[in-house]
Design a protein around this ligand. Structure first.
Ligand code: PXP
Length: 236
């Protein structure tokens, strides 16, 4: 499996003081050097971590794939088409949430999502939909014409080591298999860490894991490059 590194929390730290340290671009360059397959940034509606200028600077300076996480809004659609990241991962967004708490509900807004992703794909951007491991969401993602789904591993991660782990894990496995049968490519992420990530090897066909919080947390102690290398070793 490949490793996409989410560097939003480098921006969170920078914004805590309102200055320029730590540099988000440097984080992207280090992730690139550590062979991340993608640099993931989430441009939130409230710009709480990544800012428009970060997107511009990273896009101009990295060669690794840039994966832009964003909500399905007109503003974000225009930003994506203007900046042309390698891929866009469409996520739900609530201002009050601390992080992306659930998957995108594609099932109840199939027509809207279909229309939303069409111009993105027409401009050459690979589109992924961040969904819960739920069969009806997988079928809808396929109907919308997405290239990828990213399975939300948050429930699995929260249940890791508890009596619910097996059930949550089976949902991921079943959804990944169904998606691939339909011709969708599969990524996964959210809440994955150095302890639970080994379980992803037991799911056939996952291409890339997107991991942020645990890597940036580990980087505080061992440095970003080593934190990424350690994670890559676990998922290779
Ligand atoms: N994938 C998506 C779509 C996300 O929204 C996030 C969180 O920003 C992640 C992966 C990474 O989650 P975590 O920071 O828990 O590793």
């Amino acid at each position: 499996m490949e490793l996409g590194v989410n560097i939003d929390h480098v921006a969170t730290l920078r914004n805590a003081r309102g200055g320029t340290e730590p540099s988000v671009l440097d984080a992207a360059l280090i992730a690139q050097r550590a062979q991340a397959s993608a640099i993931t940034i989430h441009l939130r509606e409230d710009r709480r971590h990544i800012k428009d200028a970060d997107l511009d600077e990273i896009k101009r300076n990295i060669k690794t794939n840039l994966n832009l996480e964003m909500a399905a809004t007109n503003e974000m659609q225009q930003i994506a088409i203007k900046n042309k990241p390698y891929s866009c991962c469409i996520v739900p967004e609530k201002r009050q949430e601390v992080t992306t708490e659930g998957g995108l509900d594609v099932y109840t807004q199939e027509n809207y999502i279909k229309d939303f992703i069409k111009p993105l794909r027409e401009s050459g951007i690979i589109v992924s939909l961040f969904i819960d491991p739920d069969e009806k969401q997988v079928f809808s993602a396929h109907s919308c014409g997405a290239d990828f789904i990213e399975l939300h591993t948050g429930a699995f991660s929260n249940s890791y080591g508890t009596e619910y782990e097996k059930t949550e894990f089976e949902k991921l496995k079943t959804s990944a298999a169904l998606a691939q049968n339909l011709g969708l490519k599969v990524n996964a992420g959210h809440g994955l860490n150095y302890q639970n990530v080994h379980k992803m090897h037991e799911i056939d066909g996952i291409i890339e894991l997107n991991i942020g919080h645990s890597i940036i947390s580990r980087a505080v102690f061992v440095g970003l490059e080593r934190a990424i290398e350690e994670m890559r070793e676990l998922i290779l």
